[in-house]
Write a protein that binds this ligand. Structure first.
Ligand SMILES: [Zn+2]
Ligand SMILES: [Zn+2]
Length: 355
C-alpha cells in the first residue's frame, strides 16, 4: 500500500514540475528536457550530456547530446547537422538496441551508462557466415600483434601514474586474472615485467588531459581507453572509484577494475566494440556491475585474429556463460538504476525534446 502511494505521489510531483517548466514553444526553439531531481541531473552530468551552466544544471540540451554522439564517433564534423533521429538509429544499431529512432528507456539507459572512451564507429563488422549468430567487430584493417605463435606479450605498470587507495599487489592480481581470461582462449601468453619503457602493454591511471588527445572527464562518464595493436597504451581514468572487491568498496559509483581491464585488453588485442550485450567488448559498464567472463562473441572475435588456444574447450565456456547469466540477476544496485531510468523516461514521454 505504501509503495502504491509513493508511486502515485511521485507521478503527482512529476506532473507539477513539468507544468512549471518552459512552454512547448520554448522547448522547440531551444530543445531541452526538464528533469525532476538533482541526483538525476548529476547522473546525466556524469554522462557528459547536460548543460553546465548553473541555471540550466537540471536541463538536458540537444547540443550536449550531439557532443556525446560526436565524441563516440556517430557525428563526424562534416555531418554535424545530420538529423538526431538518424544518429540515434545508428547508435541503436551499433549497441544492439531496438531500432526506434527515439530516446527510449533502453537507449537512454545506455547513453547514461559509464563507458569506454574508444569510439563505436569507424569499425569493420565481422563478416556473417551461414552459422554465425554473433557480431564481434574488429578495427579497420584488422590490426593484430604480429609475432610468432605461440606469442608472448609483456605488460607493465607505470611507476608515476598509479592510484594510492588500492594496494599495488591487489591491482596486479586483478590484471593477472584479466589477462588470463584472454590467454585461455588464444595462443598468447602475457607476462608482467618491471621494464615499463620496453613492455608491449603499458598500463597507467591518468587524470583529465594526459597528452594523447583523449582527455578523461572525472567520475564516471568515460572510464578508460586503450588502443588497437600494436600501440599497447592502456589508460584508466584516475578520477574513478576503482574497486577490486565490492564487499569492501561501498561507493555507489565504484567501478569494477577487473571488468574494465578485461574489456580494454580486448582492444589491445584488436577487438572493437561489440553490439552483443553479454560480450565483454560491449562499450558500457554501469557502476557496481561486474562482467569479467568472455562471451562466445568475444572468443570468436579474438580467435579470428590469433587462432585458438589448443587447450581451450568450448564446454568450459558454456559453464561460464551459465554462471554469468545467473550473476546478472544478482547485480547490486540494479533496482536503484531502474528507478532512475523509469523516472527519466516518464519525463521524456511527457516532454518531447526535439521537433
Ligand atoms: Zn572499449
Ligand atoms: Zn589516454
Amino acid at each position: 500500500m505504501l509503495q502504491f502511494f509513493t508511486n502515485h505521489l511521485l507521478l503527482l510531483i512529476i506532473f507539477i514540475l513539468l507544468h512549471e517548466s518552459p512552454p512547448c514553444t520554448a522547448v522547440r526553439s531551444t530543445p531541452q528536457l526538464t528533469l525532476l531531481y538533482t541526483d538525476i541531473a548529476a547522473e546525466m552530468q556524469n554522462a557528459g550530456i547536460f548543460c553546465n551552466s548553473r541555471r540550466n544544471s537540471h536541463v538536458i540540451c540537444i547540443s550536449q547530446l550531439k557532443q556525446y554522439f560526436r565524441r563516440f564517433g556517430y557525428l563526424p564534423a562534416q555531418n554535424y547537422n545530420k538529423s538526431l533521429e538518424s544518429t540515434i538509429i545508428r547508435y541503436q544499431s551499433k549497441l544492439g538496441l531496438a531500432v526506434t529512432g527515439k530516446l527510449d528507456f533502453e537507449t537512454l539507459s545506455q547513453i547514461l551508462a559509464p563507458r569506454c572512451g574508444v569510439p563505436d564507429s569507424d569499425t569493420a563488422a565481422a563478416p556473417r557466415t551461414l552459422h554465425a549468430t554473433k557480431d564481434y567487430v574488429l578495427f579497420p584493417g584488422k590490426p593484430r600483434w604480429i609475432r610468432h605463435i605461440p606469442m608472448k606479450l609483456t605488460y607493465a605498470f607505470s611507476n608515476d601514474n598509479m592510484i594510492n587507495y588500492l594496494n599495488i599487489s591487489d591491482i596486479k592480481l586483478v590484471f593477472k586474472r584479466a589477462f588470463a581470461k584472454w590467454a585461455s582462449v588464444i595462443p598468447v601468453s602475457f607476462v608482467v615485467t618491471d621494464d615499463y619503457d620496453f613492455a608491449d602493454i603499458r598500463i597507467g591511471f591518468y587524470s583529465g588531459d594526459h597528452g594523447d588527445g583523449e582527455p578523461f572527464d572525472g567520475v564516471l562518464g568515460v572510464l578508460a581507453h586503450s588502443f588497437s595493436p600494436e600501440s599497447g597504451k592502456f589508460h584508466l581514468d584516475a578520477a574513478e572509484k576503482w574497486a577490486v572487491d565490492f564487499e569492501t568498496e561501498k561507493s555507489p559509483v565504484a567501478v569494477d577494475l577487473e571488468s574494465v581491464a578485461v574489456h580494454e585488453i580486448g582492444h589491445l588485442l584488436g577487438l572493437a566494440h561489440s553490439p552483443v550485450k553479454d560480450a565483454v567488448m560491449y562499450p558500457t559498464l554501469k557502476p557496481r556491475d561486474k562482467k569479467v567472463d568472455l562471451a562466445l562473441d568475444d572468443i570468436r572475435g579474438v580467435q579470428a585474429l590469433y587462432g585458438s588456444n589448443p587447450n581451450f574447450k568450448i564446454g568450459s565456456l558454456l559453464e561460464s556463460d551459465i554462471s554469468t547469466n545467473q550473476a546478472v540477476h544478482l547485480r547490486i544496485g540494479t533496482y536503484a538504476w531502474t528507478w532512475l531510468m523509469v523516472n527519466l523516461v516518464i519525463c521524456f514521454n511527457l516532454h518531447l525534446i526535439f521537433a
